[in-house]
Design a protein around this ligand. Structure first.
Ligand SMILES: Nc1ncnc2c1ncn2[C@@H]1O[C@H](COP(=O)(O)OP(=O)(O)OP(=O)(O)O)[C@@H](O)[C@H]1O
Ligand SMILES: Nc1nc2c(c(=O)[nH]1)N=C(CO)CN2
Length: 184
């Protein structure tokens, strides 16, 4: 009779689970299209992260502080073995590289680049530094409309993204014709 060997965790060695990562990128200062392309290029260069898809570019009415220019928003999907906090640090380093200025007096104000982590596989986090899934994603058409475009099966704890989009006001979100961000 042949012996059956069990596979224990040790056989995984340094292998880490692969998570689908959803990023939301926005810009409403500077050359937004060039900045978004640069940010996607920088994400693509990140070790242990593989870009899967990039949405169309959407022009979106500002949410929160409405006294600022329209945003350009995209959603990017990647596969990664990186820990969520490392992904957040990478997002912030890319924001900084594109001249992001954080004004504590105007937290939702205009910015050259904002990268939010919407979801990292099924990982959850509830610290000040990182909340996962993103706590406001479910109510933001500028996140859900581009996300749904590239993943018809997208879902959040609050429901399937197609159902959430069907019941929200998406009038402030429109696809920008004739431009696209290239997936490197
Ligand atoms: N899922 C997340 N993605 C990005 N930042 C997060 C997340 N959860 C918590 N944060 C924290 O939020 C802080 C503020 O981020 P940021 O200045 O980009 O906020 P914001 O984009 O103005 O607002 P919002 O969080 O509503 O999108 C960051 O320093 C970060 O530590
Ligand atoms: N349209 C739009 N509105 C916003 C955006 C954004 O990216 N697009 N980001 C915000 C802070 O994360 C606040 N409001």
């Amino acid at each position: 009779m042949s012996e059956i060997f069990s596979i224990d965790v040790d056989t995984l060695g340094d292998l880490k689970p692969l998570n689908q990562v959803v990023f939301s990128l926005g810009s409403n200062q500077g050359d937004s299209l060039e900045i978004l392309q640069g940010a996607v290029d920088r994400l693509a260069e990140t070790p242990n992260l593989m870009l899967v898809d990039v949405s169309s570019v959407y022009r979106t009415a500002p949410v929160g502080n409405t006294n600022q220019p329209d945003f350009y928003n995209i959603v990017v999907i990647a596969d990664s073995t990186l820990e969520p906090l490392l992904l957040l640090q990478r997002c912030q380093a890319i924001e900084d590289a594109y001249g992001r200025v954080r004004d504590p007096a105007n937290p939702h104000g205009p910015r050259t680049l904002d990268i939010d982590l919407i979801q990292v596989g099924r990982r959850t986090s509830e610290t000040d530094q990182l909340t996962l899934p993103h706590p406001r994603a479910h109510e933001r058409a500028f996140v859900l409309v581009p996300w749904l475009e590239i993943d018809r099966r997208a879902a959040l704890p609050q429901g399937h993204v197609d159902d959430l989009v069907a019941t929200m006001d998406t009038s402030g979100v429109s696809k920008v014709p004739d431009v696209s961000i290239i997936k490197p």
